[in-house]
Design a protein around this ligand. Sequence first.
Ligand code: ZN
Length: 240
Amino acid sequence: MHEVTIAGRTVPYRLVRNARSRHVRITFTPDGLRVSAPTRLSDREIRRAVQSKERWLLRHEALLHPQVPEPLIDGQMLPFLDGAVELGIRHSTRGSVRLRPDDARMAVAAPDADAVRPLVERGYRGAARDWFALMCDRHAHRMGVTYASIGIRDPRTRWGSCSARGALSFSWRLMMAPARVAEYVVVHEMAHLTHLDHSTAFWDLVQHFSPDFARDRFWLRDHGDWLSRAPGNTPPPPLD
Ligand SMILES: [Zn+2]
């Protein structure tokens, strides 16, 4: 395996030499970075060529860290808003999930180990549908706005969105963030129902309905990477 340093971080890549290739080509594969280069170039020249693509590589940062999902195990605690739920796994040929936040339990019945994570995600998605419906109702009333629909998704780069037609969408992963952070995202998207931009007027509106929003934005900036991989073995950041 070859390595290159991008923004202070060591990134491994697989090097494939090709007599017919004329340029250094970088591609992302499920296993990570792949570099194909002409046979005539030295390792050093190739590394320099990869290095020169630093800006481009940084834009694909998420792809530089292919998600290696950590196994979820019976009895493990999963983050859930300001608390946690205990994951219970039992074997069953038919997969199912039941999330009961009041009992602090998520019960998964799975045919095999690989089926656990998608079922856990399904549990979070179900909870997110209920929670965001409640929160959107509450904040729409408070902010005097109306929305068309609520969708639960898993966008790679943002936690929520609002379309010009008033369709709101939220990442189910926010169910693993502190409630105030998830609520800030609701207020943020609802403010877009009035201002479809990030103008000063937009931020004034957010500030009015979510006075401590800066702290929540910082949380997402600092812990977004954790959130996009959770749940796993890394414990959630402490609540302040
Ligand atoms: Zn926005």
